[in-house]
Design a protein around this ligand. Structure first.
Ligand code: HEC
Ligand code: HEC
Length: 500
């Protein structure tokens, strides 16, 4: 077979070029790979800020909520500056958020880097940590586990919604503002400009629409939320079709210490669940954490701390002689429903439900929780093995709960309608028909936060009107609830309750 011999020739100019372009191609591929690796690293990043100390972890640790609901930290910090007009004062402290010295985010928020962006969202402490001051001049003491007494979450929500509706909520306005304060690198700014800001806006507008049902209720004010209407939104209930008696679900934040001793008790205000773990996981929805995003290890640390966390003792003088007189009265009247004392929760009816016909307090919160919601909640965490909810039930009254840390739980009753403990021992006709909430200066005599101050240094407190639906201050009255005792006996019971 005749084959032409291959002539060794000098390379054509085009081939010479190709060798160079081969090198270029290799370089491009390498560069491309490097970018890919970088992007893969960046977009799979999921690193929470962690805290060695258990109480710091409660205040600032993550439940995983930032994964799905997190707001870029840079945006969180910019909004209160750019939209001052939608806050009643300077920054988030004006609506009760607690900032500790040296911290740039408030108590009750956690931080996690997701996909290369530092994000922030709420954690348990936003509703379950509060402050106490002895006098207006004192420094606030932050107490984890007490109901958040100052923060107005509805005001925060309204602030965010007002921002989202404003035409200033655009990449063109926000990104330069973020850059000016040194937030985010160029790449994140590009992402925010291309998609992040408009996505955030869309999400807020969607939430605004879906939570518009809250405008049918009286305002929550600080220290309260509607617990069981938002899950109906989550479960895609038609909110416009709810019967009117479900509309108002306002209730106070409870204290959450001593969960170990609460195992098996029927709790939540209406006693609809008797599993500590399920109550915690249900609560985690409030922090934006859903079954796939829940940070189980981190939440487990919180749960473990809550098992044995105890409230701080009443820090003001107690008249021991008077307290000793109150003890037998408490034991005769109250202990079967509320436990032997602040540490021993035994009692015939503790953790059971007193029918509404008997306790006769405001029934709105009770009625907002329905058999339909209950049935749907027991589908939550389906597909997650034994995490699936199974302990919710519908009840027809309010739970008899232990009274540990009672001094920090003012205002009293499930809707926070009675400002001081001493007032609860009066018939409702003698309880204050209106008062202010959100102030953290303490009034040790009647046991509660000072409730007759409307404003301090420009910060306005919330006017609570007991005549509005859901705000009723009646019930828990009559002989067995102590309202028939003599004034001296009532004082003695209150003195004894200071030891709880
Ligand atoms: C948005 C505010 C909010 C957040 C966030 C929140 N909670 Fe709560 N929590 C409440 C309210 C309100 C109740 C009372 C519910 C009811 O009965 O209506 C409650 C009830 C509880 C209870 C039951 C208390 C009792 O004795 O009846 C526990 C335990 C609890 N929360 C733990 C947590 C944990 C743990 C987290 C974080 C994973 C958390 N909560 C996050 C508002 C919140
Ligand atoms: C038959 C059971 C029963 C008896 C007896 C009883 N209570 Fe209650 N108590 C309840 C129920 C139920 C609630 C919740 C009502 C609500 O929030 O609407 C409650 C709520 C309270 C609260 C509010 C707790 C909080 O965190 O806001 C205090 C304080 C209280 N009771 C004190 C007493 C005292 C003091 C006595 C005795 C003089 C007493 N109770 C007698 C059932 C009882």
């Amino acid at each position: 077979m005749n084959v032409d011999p291959v002539q060794p020739t000098s390379p054509e100019p085009s081939q010479r070029n190709c060798r160079r372009c081969g090198r270029l191609r290799a370089l491009t591929v390498l560069l491309f790979l490097a970018v890919l690796v970088y992007l893969a690293f960046r977009f799979t990043r999921d690193v929470p800020v962690t805290y060695a100390d258990a109480v710091e972890h409660m205040k600032y640790g993550s439940t995983g909520g930032e994964r799905g609901s997190g707001v870029p930290v840079s945006l969180w910090k910019t909004l209160p500056e750019l939209f001052r007009e939608y806050l009643p004062g300077d920054g988030l402290p004006a609506i009760g958020f607690i900032y500790e010295p040296g911290k740039d985010l408030p108590v009750g928020t956690s931080r996690r880097n997701v996909m290369g962006i530092d994000r922030v969202f709420l954690n348990c402490a936003v509703c379950h940590a509060g402050t106490v001051r002895d006098t207006p001049e004192s420094k606030p003491r932050v107490i984890v586990g007490m109901p958040a007494n100052t923060v107005d979450l509805q005001a925060f929500e309204r602030f965010l919604f007002a921002c989202a509706v404003d035409e200033k909520f655009s990449a063109g306005r926000l990104v330069p503002e973020i850059a000016r304060r040194g937030g985010e690198d160029w790449f994140n700014r590009l992402l925010l400009r291309l998609a992040g800001i408009s996505l955030a806006r869309e999400k807020l507008l969607l939430l605004r629409q879906r939570f518009s049902f809250m405008e049918r209720e009286p305002d929550c004010g600080p220290g309260r939320v509607d617990t069981f209407n938002p899950p109906k939104v989550l479960l895609n209930f038609r909110m416009d079709l709810l019967s009117t008696n479900e509309w108002v679900g306002l209730c106070d934040f409870p204290s959450i210490w001593n969960q170990r001793k609460r195992q098996g008790l029927w709790l939540h205000w209406d006693g609809n669940n008797n599993s500590v773990q399920e109550r915690n996981r249900s609560a985690a929805f409030g922090t934006g954490a859903t079954p796939p995003t829940l940070d189980r290890a981190s939440v487990k640390r919180m749960e473990d701390w809550l098992l044995d966390a105890t409230p701080p003792p009443f820090p003001y003088p107690i008249d021991r002689r008077m307290a000793d007189q109150g003890k037998p009265i408490y034991e005769a009247y109250c202990s079967r429903c509320h436990g032997k004392d602040g540490t021993d929760f035994t009692g015939e009816y503790v953790g059971q439900v007193t029918p509404i016909e008997k306790v006769k307090t405001d029934r709105h919160r009770l009625d907002s929780y329905t058999p339909e919601l209950c049935a749907n909640q027991n589908l939550l965490y389906a597909g997650y093995g034994d995490e699936r909810f199974s302990h919710f039930r519908k009840t027809w009254g309010y739970a008899n709960q232990p009274l540990d840390g009672l001094w920090l739980r003012a205002p009293y009753l499930h809707n926070g309608s009675v400002p001081a403990l001493r007032d609860l021992l009066e018939y409702s006709t003698n309880r204050p028909p209106e008062f202010y909430r959100g102030y953290d200066v303490y009034e040790p005599k009647r046991v509660g936060f000072v409730w007759n101050i409307a404003e301090e240094k420009g910060r306005k407190f919330f006017h609570y009107d007991t005549r509005l639906p859901g705000n009723g201050n009646y019930g828990h009255e009559g002989r067995e609830y102590g309202t028939d005792l003599t004034a001296g006996e009532k004082d003695a019971v209150v003195e004894y309750l200071k030891t709880f």
